[in-house]
Write a protein that binds this ligand. Structure first.
Ligand SMILES: Nc1ncnc2c1ncn2[C@@H]1O[C@H](COP(=O)(O)OP(=O)(O)OP(=O)(O)O)[C@@H](O)[C@H]1O
Ligand SMILES: [Mg+2]
Length: 236
């Protein structure tokens, strides 16, 4: 079965594809099937998978350049365990979208270079969902937590989305500390997004966590306005 441009499957690779080069896509394409598996393991939500064109406001030009620079040199950063801390007290100005963009770039490269080996290349965690799960992590939820922990411990790159938002018990915070500390000690890269600066994170969450993040993650402060209102499907 052949696909043409009008009849394409929702392939994750799209513009990053090395195989397409003007030819038709094919159902038997190994890159298509590998990327499907790599994305499935990554726990990225469907919103991450649709195409993300991000246009910066002037005040965020240098931040976007820094994110793009990190993305382009992703292998170097992953080899060293470097990460980013994307933060802003304004909501909706592209922090999570940038984390998705960087992760997808890495997953696309892995899909095309490693084949299907079922290794966790990248993993996405929403911190408040994780806290919820941890609070109820007994009985049938135990399996889900084990799966998430596998992702957090094994992946080359992990996104911790929306860190600092949640209030929780010391036990749950300590679990998060253990995850982050494990990655920190093993030089494994992390991308964080937050509505708090690192200083605020240290008082609101745990200074052991913010201290480690500040050593290995470059803080990038997004200053633009929220774009969520522009994304409404209805007109007013
Ligand atoms: N620079 C941009 N250009 C175009 N669309 C954008 C841009 N930044 C954000 N958006 C869109 O705005 C919406 C919100 O973006 P995103 O989730 O990345 O924000 P966020 O900074 O993570 O917000 P929050 O602080 O609430 O978590 C998304 O639909 C995204 O595609
Ligand atoms: Mg976000």
């Amino acid at each position: 079965m052949w696909w043409d441009k009008e009849n394409m499957p929702p392939c994750h690779l799209r513009e990053d594809c090395v195989a397409i080069k003007g030819k038709h896509c094919q159902y038997t394409c190994r890159h298509y099937h590998t990327s499907k598996e790599t994305y499935k393991i990554s726990n990225l939500p469907p919103k991450a998978i649709s195409e993300l064109i991000l246009v910066p406001e002037n005040c965020d030009l240098s931040i976007y350049e820094a994110c793009d620079g990190y993305k382009k040199n992703i292998h170097e950063h992953i080899a060293k365990g470097d990460g980013l801390y994307l933060h802003s007290n304004t909501k909706g100005n592209g922090k999570t979208s940038w984390a998705f963009k960087i992760m997808k770039h890495y997953l696309n490269w892995c899909s095309q270079n490693y084949g299907i080996d079922y290794k966790v290349r990248g993993y996405y965690v929403n911190v408040s969902e994780l806290f919820d799960l941890l609070r109820n992590s007994f009985g049938e939820k135990a399996g889900t937590i084990k799966e998430i922990e596998k992702g957090i411990y094994e992946a080359d790159l992990v996104i911790f989305d929306d860190i600092g938002f949640e209030k929780s018990t010391d036990w749950v915070k300590n679990k998060l500390y253990n995850y982050i500390n494990y990655r920190y000690q093993n030089n494994k890269s992390m991308l964080f997004t937050s509505n708090l600066s690192l200083k605020e994170l240290s008082t609101q969450l745990d200074d052991r966590i913010s201290d480690r993040i500040s050593e290995i993650c470059r803080p990038l402060h997004f200053k633009g306005q929220s774009r969520r209102q522009q994304d409404r499907w209805w007109e007013e």
